[in-house]
Design a protein around this ligand. Sequence first.
Ligand SMILES: Cc1cc2nc3c(=O)[nH]c(=O)nc-3n(C[C@H](O)[C@H](O)[C@H](O)COP(=O)(O)OP(=O)(O)OC[C@H]3O[C@@H](n4cnc5c(N)ncnc54)[C@H](O)[C@@H]3O)c2cc1C
Length: 452
Amino acid sequence: MGPSASLESDIRRVGTALFEAFPSHRGNPLKALDDRAMDLAAQDAELRAALFRFVDVVPACRSLDDLAAHLTSFLGEIDEQPPSLRAAMRMGDTKAGRAALGAAGAAGVRHMAHRFIVGEDPQAALPVLRRLWRDGIAASVDLLGEATVTAQEADRYAARCAGALETLAGAYAQMDAQPLLERDASGPLPRANLSVKVSALTPLLRPEAPARGQRDAAPRLRALLRQAKELGAHLHIDMESLDSREAVLELVLNLLAEPEFADGPSAGVVLQAYLRDSPQTLDTILASAQQTRRAQPLVVRLVKGAYWDHEVVEARQHGWSVPVFERKADCDANFEALTARLLEARPLLRVAIASHNLRSVAHAIARNELLGGAPGDVEFQVLRGLGDDLGQALAASGLRVRSYCPVGDLVAGMAYLVRRLLENTANESFLADQAQGVPVAQLLAAPEASLS
Ligand SMILES: Cc1cc2nc3c(=O)[nH]c(=O)nc-3n(C[C@H](O)[C@H](O)[C@H](O)COP(=O)(O)OP(=O)(O)OC[C@H]3O[C@@H](n4cnc5c(N)ncnc54)[C@H](O)[C@@H]3O)c2cc1C
């Protein structure tokens, strides 16, 4: 058997074992999560659009009556309504019915949000974080609150991040040892881990003037890096849409190259495999890591990318060439090629594979084995609420897992919630395929082969 045939058979072995290890992969994970709205939305594009618009207005509604009016008006635009929807619409004819409908809508949105958001603030999130740690799962906390339009908002976000670092470092110091989560071949791994967004650290991050945004964000990010170093915490910088990628990456790599950060903190960036030029971005990251040789290797979180629809629409509107792959199989194949390059680049980098796609995850596990890496020498990351079962199954298999845990209030969380809904119900999503009962052999097929 040649190397690629044996890799494929390893992927099938690893993937099938994982598939067997968690119940919702055998059934319909969206149904199993008792989320009727997502299930329905996945089947009907019009309903999906109506529900997204509804989710968007919930925080602005002042009464249940108001909420029900919005709900019935959005749903009223759907041509072919399923019977359950027709019954709901009839409720909107009376005041009592509207109140009941509004309450049900608000409860549904809150229920959905609580699946993804672990607490209103870091303190409130601690019970969930402690439970995860006890189950052998680390976390990265993300403070919700996306659009920063004033300097005061940027200062407030930076202060919330500083508070979160304190709270997390204090709480994790009290937790019991979890050897797999605390050390890999490159040395100790911080327990406390915070993910931050540069767009929330400055109101000036604009594609037409990247240096201005970088200059404005730098002092706030530098202060957080200093604090993370003092507390022995990890700071991860999320990646957003393409129009800020260059500015964010350059800012982070330049700050980390400053002499005061040569021996800490542990820090990380994100590489988005849906971008056609992501292999060149990895070249830039590798060159920087090679040059700076920091004591703690840079963590690279590999994702496919959360802004696919946005990037396609934006490019088409401007008549630009589309920067993301337009065939899902191309994106998946690129994810695997980048996984291989990242794993081979160790110990210069640390690698985190962030995906809920069984094939992408099984490929990384098999590739790591093929390269002789120990199970703990690659991290697997899942999103709270979407990848919980996968995370548990990976942890139970002796792998190193981190759950990305958003913290914040519902209003601030809306943009996040809508992105997760879009991802969950997109036509070309692994979770949607699973939900439709696609057989495991097909779920585990190599990206190109799945097209034929
Ligand atoms: C822990 C964690 C942290 C994350 N942090 C970030 C972050 O900082 N920045 C960020 O952008 N995302 C981030 N993500 C989100 C991540 O990008 C999405 O979860 C991911 O895109 C879904 O991929 P998947 O492998 O789980 O699922 P899959 O179903 O295999 O892939 C879905 C993805 O494929 C891509 N896609 C869909 N249709 C097409 C098509 N027609 N052609 C080409 N590509 C297509 C899109 O990227 C879509 O999201 C994070 C995810 C996790 C788990």
